[in-house]
Structures are given as C-alpha cells and as structure tokens.
Design a protein around this ligand. Structure first.
Ligand code: B12
Length: 276
C-alpha cells in the first residue's frame, strides 16, 4: 500500500488519541471520586475554592478567594470550609495513588497563594498580647498547617515567631530561651518526624526551661501521643491556637488546658469528646 493509500484509510482520530495529540477527555475527574465526594463542599463559594486546590490551579484559587472575600465570606470560612476541604480531597486522592507528588505540590502552592489573601483580610491586631514560637519538626517539609497557626496567632494579636519548617531541635530550644514565649507550637505531618516533640519537651526540662503550653498538631499526630510527654497539648485546628495561648496568658497550665480543651476553644471537638 502506498503512503497516500494508507493515509486515506488511517483512523487519525484514533492515532492522535493514542499519542496524546488530542485528549479524549480529562484524564481524571476528581469530583466523581467517592472519597472526594465525601469531603467536597456542595455550596459556593466553597466548592470553587476546593476545586481550585484539587486542580492545583493557583490562579483560579486566588480568583475564587478574592471573589469570596469581596462578597463578604469570612476569611476563616474561606480557609476552613473551602481551601482545606480541597486539601482533604487531595489527601484522599494521594492516599489511593490517583494523585502523585507533583500534583500535591501544585495543590499546596494553590492553597498557599489563596491563603495569603485570606490572611490580608484577617488583618493583624496592633496590640501584642504575648509571644508564641512556632515550628515544623526537624526533617518535615509540610508547613501549611504551621502557616495557618502563625496566621491565626498574628490575626489575634500575638507576636508569632515563625521558625519555619524542618527546624532542628536545637534551634527550637534556643528560640524558647530567647523569646520566653507564652506558648510553643509544633507541627508534624509524618510519623518519622513527630518524635521531635517529646525530644524537645525533654531537652527543655533537662535545661530547666519550660513553656506554659507546648501545642502540638499535624496530620500524623494523635492526642495520646502528645499527652505522653510533659507540656504537650494536642492541637486540633489551627484556629484553636490563639485560644490556647489566651488560656495560657490567663494562667492556665498545660494540665488545665488538656482537661478543658473543648471549653477553652468554645466548640465540640471530637478528639476531646471524653472531656466535653
Ligand atoms: C501537601 C503535602 C505535601 C507537600 C507539602 C507542601 C507544604 N508546603 O506543606 C509536599 C509535596 C512537599 C509533600 C512532600 C512529602 N510528603 Co506529603 N503530604 C501532603 C498532604 C497531601 C497534605 C498535607 C497538608 O498540607 N494538609 C493540610 C494542613 C492544613 O494540615 P495540617 O498541617 O495537619 O494542619 C492542620 C491540623 O493538623 C492543625 N495543626 C497543625 N499544627 C498545629 C499546631 C497547633 C498548636 C494547633 C492548635 C493545630 C495544629 O491545623 C490544621 C487544620 O486547621 C498529606 C496527606 C495528608 N493526609 O495529610 C501528605 C503526607 C503528609 N505526606 C507524606 C509523605 C510521605 C511525603 C513525602 C515523604 C513523600 C515522598 N515520598 O517524597 C514528602 C516529604 C519529603 C521530605 N522529607 O522532604 C505522608 C506522611 C506519612 C506519614 N504518616 O508519615 C502523607 C500523610 C501522605 C500519605 N498518606 O502517605 N507532601
């Protein structure tokens, strides 16, 4: 068969699809995934915010956040009911290997870009109530939760000293000595890195330094783990952080805060259901 004859008979549509010259449709429709459906908000503007994070589209995430904030949606809702739900969906897709590392990096960037707008809107109270030192555990690059903690602390009038992510224990201890904070917060997303918390607590005690409360949170962390070392209080939501710091300022000890967590944060917290 001559090339011309072959070209007349060839199914170019099929060939183009086979070699990705044209695409049959979206490779994946995340919103149809049953685990995504469980967490995806149904109402606007939260659905668009979450979808922009799911698709790792920073431009759309920023647009959605801007229009939500402009139309009066509270910044906390933009974060908690929209962007964070998107990240929950991303986590579900990553867990079942439908998403890979590059996907979640794009989603993290989209969430971070949109969060910056919510932060501006939250504003920063002028009068400083006290100092809090925040860090992500040594070896851990996951800093979205810590950034939220810092953002809510600043918005509520605390001086937040942000040590960043992958912070060596030694730096945390030095910062506690230097700033004498009313609270120290630690975030860890990995089971291999959360072990920094008991190490830091122990080293502080050995060096005769203490903090009224050491709030510890992050995906990998559970309450019983945090309550296995002194000073540790398990932090559930980033926006609880200023309330915990306020309780410490009011003279509550870490032991009191452990016992009274739901009362202090003023809402039902399933992780503390036995202490309601
Ligand atoms: C985004 C993401 C990334 C991004 C992080 C970008 C960034 N700048 O943070 C990138 C792509 C870099 C990444 C990399 C990796 N990741 Co990752 N990642 C995630 C993912 C999908 C979401 C995490 C997230 O941001 N969640 C949203 C934030 C808001 O949640 P959060 O930090 O927990 O904070 C909330 C609360 O915990 C609370 N909180 C947190 N701290 C505190 C403190 C106080 C005081 C209070 C009150 C509250 C509080 O506030 C927030 C809610 O309001 C998770 C999946 C999951 N299920 O969590 C995996 C996950 C954490 N990653 C994981 C892994 C394994 C990795 C890699 C090692 C993968 C690899 N093979 O290379 C690498 C790390 C390599 C390295 N060591 O450098 C695992 C960890 C497993 C484990 N349990 O140990 C997870 C669980 C995925 C999985 N199911 O396997 N990752």
């Amino acid at each position: 068969m001559s090339l011309m004859d072959w070209a007349k008979k060839a199914d170019f549509d099929m060939i183009f699809k086979r070699y990705n010259v044209i695409i049959e449709g979206p490779a994946i429709k995340p919103e149809d995934d049953p685990d995504v459906k469980k967490v995806l908000p149904k109402d606007e503007p939260f659905k668009s915010l979450a979808m922009a994070v799911i698709f790792g589209d920073a431009e759309k995430a920023v647009q959605a956040a801007k229009s939500a904030l402009d139309s009066g949606t509270p910044p906390l809702d933009v974060i908690e009911k929209g962007l964070s739900k998107g990240m929950d969906a991303v986590s579900a897709l990553y867990a079942k290997a439908a998403y890979f590392l590059p996907d979640i990096m794009l989603s993290a960037d989209a969430m971070t870009a949109a969060m910056a707008l919510a932060e501006q809107k939250l504003g920063r109270a002028r009068e400083k109530k006290g100092t809090v030192v925040s860090f992500v555990a040594e070896g851990d690059p996951h800093d979205i939760g810590k950034n939220l903690v810092v953002m809510f602390l600043k918005a509520n009038g605390f001086e937040a000293v942000d040590l960043g992510r992958d912070v060596p224990d030694k730096e945390v201890i030095e910062a506690v000595k230097k700033y004498k904070p009313v609270m120290l917060t630690g975030t860890a997303l990995m089971t291999t890195t959360m072990t920094a918390f008991p190490r830091v607590a122990k080293a502080l005690q050995e060096q005769g330094v203490s903090v009224p409360v050491f709030g510890c949170g992050g995906g990998a962390v559970k309450r019983d783990f945090v309550e296995s070392y002194d000073m540790g209080v398990y932090g559930v939501k980033a926006f609880h952080a200023p309330k915990l710091a306020e309780a410490a300022l009011a003279g509550k000890s870490w032991k009191d805060i452990r016992k009274e967590y739901p009362k202090i944060v003023g809402e039902f917290v399933s992780e503390y259901a036995d202490r309601m």
